[in-house]
Design a protein around this ligand. Structure first.
Ligand SMILES: Cc1ncc(COP(=O)(O)O)c(C=O)c1O
Length: 433
């Protein structure tokens, strides 16, 4: 297709798709495109233009695009049927795989998205404890539901513990059941946990929050205070599970929650997520319990979909191989070192923070350990970097995280660094976006 064809498609998208996009991610007009296919570390738009992809479908494509093993497993499954509602072999094998890999794993319930996973985990925690409030962290992301969309991206630091809704249309009463605490501040969190112990059902946390690593002692303090106060600790491992280590954040940081929610990496790029953890809490969702308390409804038409399960299994089989996690740390490390060096050369305060295959560029010369710190960074400069990279065929998130896959090569990184030198020359600090 030529550029005129692309322009027509984009016009049609603007005409029929709300916002001309699929969700919160609308590509800036100067780099807007329509994707056609992906292969390994690359994606291609409808004009045939090739990009090195650091977005990876917002995380699921940890093997890279169209991995041979995933494609052939999915093709074989699709020819046997797409969904049955009832038990099927792939989902039972995936259940075993995830429960055995998850340090808190005893039982599991699948559903179709990370949003459903965190929503259901919170509901189970409420049912199990007979309490209503939850505590989440400022800047923490748990999906689209009303409890999650509280103080995820507040423009100003939150007045803890008061939650600020991120979207209109959320009943105020929902926000009144959500307490907000700053990430990496164990004292505030543990004070809130003990003060609200009688009402608090759960603490939900991304143990590695967006691109913020937990400081030593933070997760330990959450574990101790939740255990002491009869509160369920939920890890949102939608990003971290099977990515920052085989056993996810639980293995990486050595602190084990009661429940862990998985998504992205276990899905192989198809709709799939799971709540995994202590069997007595998961038992709330046993349909044989329906007329007895505590019972939690957690169900859906495509829960345990065999195609998604097959893709997830094929992905996890590759992640189980020797040397995978070394590679997932080494390649991104090269990009971090290289980009920061170019930043220094050009007099820009560029730093990449994160963990292994998840990094985020910030233009800020101070330490970044909380969501409030991220607000001090020059977000317009980060946005400009994203746009300038996409213009040069490197698909960067616009002011967001970069994801790395097993398909990224040293050559991809070298090429990205060459391009970044030119892109960064276009970045101006202190300009309002
Ligand atoms: C940590 C985390 N939790 C939950 C979600 C929600 O997952 P989904 O988009 O599949 O609903 C996301 C999505 O980006 C996420 O990053």
């Amino acid at each position: 297709m030529d550029d005129t064809g692309l322009k027509r498609l984009l016009e049609k998208a603007d005409q029929y798709l709300t916002g001309g996009c699929l969700g919160s991610f609308r590509m800036p007009d100067e780099v807007a495109t329509v994707f056609h296919r992906g292969e390994g570390s690359k994606i291609y738009d409808v004009t045939g233009r090739e990009y090195i992809d650091f977005v990876l479908g917002s995380g699921p494509m940890i093997l890279g695009h169209a991995h041979r093993d995933v494609v052939s497993a999915v093709q074989a499954q699709v020819s046997r049927g797409s969904t049955f509602y009832g038990l099927n072999e792939p989902i039972i094998h995936l259940a075993e795989r995830v429960v055995e890999a998850s340090p808190c794993g005893e039982a599991i319930r699948f559903n179709s998205s990370g949003t459903e996973g965190t929503f259901s985990a919170l509901r189970m925690a409420r049912a199990f404890t007979s309490k209503e409030k939850i505590l989440k962290f400022e800047g923490g992301w748990h999906g689209a539901h009303d409890y999650a969309q509280q103080s995820t991206t507040p423009p100003e630091p939150t007045d803890s513990p008061i939650a600020v809704a991120d979207s209109h249309g959320i009943p105020r009463v929902v926000g009144q059941t959500v307490l907000i605490s700053p990430f990496n501040d164990p004292d505030t969190a543990t004070d809130l946990i003990s003060s609200y112990a009688g009402d608090l059902a759960a603490v939900i946390v991304e143990p590695f929050q967006r691109s913020l690593t937990p400081e030593p002692g933070f997760l330990e303090a959450l574990r101790e205070a939740t255990q002491a106060n009869g509160v369920i600790l939920i890890y949102d491992e939608v990003v971290t599970g099977f990515r920052i280590a085989w056993g996810g954040a639980q293995e990486k940081y050595g602190v084990i929650p009661d429940l862990a929610v998985y998504g992205k990496t276990i899905s192989g790029g198809y709709p799939l997520a799971a709540i995994c953890g202590r069997a007595e809490i998961l038992a709330c969702a046993d349909p044989r319990r329906k007329s007895k308390a505590p019972y939690t409804f957690v169900s859906g038409t495509t829960n345990g979909n065999p195609v998604s399960a097959t893709a997830g299994l094929a992905t996890i089989d590759i992640l189980a191989k020797d040397g995978v996690y070394e590679q997932l740390y080494e390649i991104p490390g090269r990009l971090k070192v290289g980009l920061e060096a170019i930043g220094r050369e050009l007099g820009l305060p560029l730093q990449l923070i994160g963990e292994g295959p998840v990094l985020q560029p910030f233009f800020y010369d101070g330490e970044i350990r909380t969501y409030s710190d991220t607000l001090k960074a020059d977000s317009n400069a980060a946005r400009q970097l994203g746009i300038e990279m996409i213009k040069r065929n490197i698909f960067f998130n616009i002011n967001g995280k970069l994801y790395f896959s097993l398909a990224h090569t040293e050559q991809d990184i070298d090429l990205t660094l060459d391009v970044a030198k030119e892109a960064l020359k276009q970045v101006e600090m202190g300009v309002d976006g």
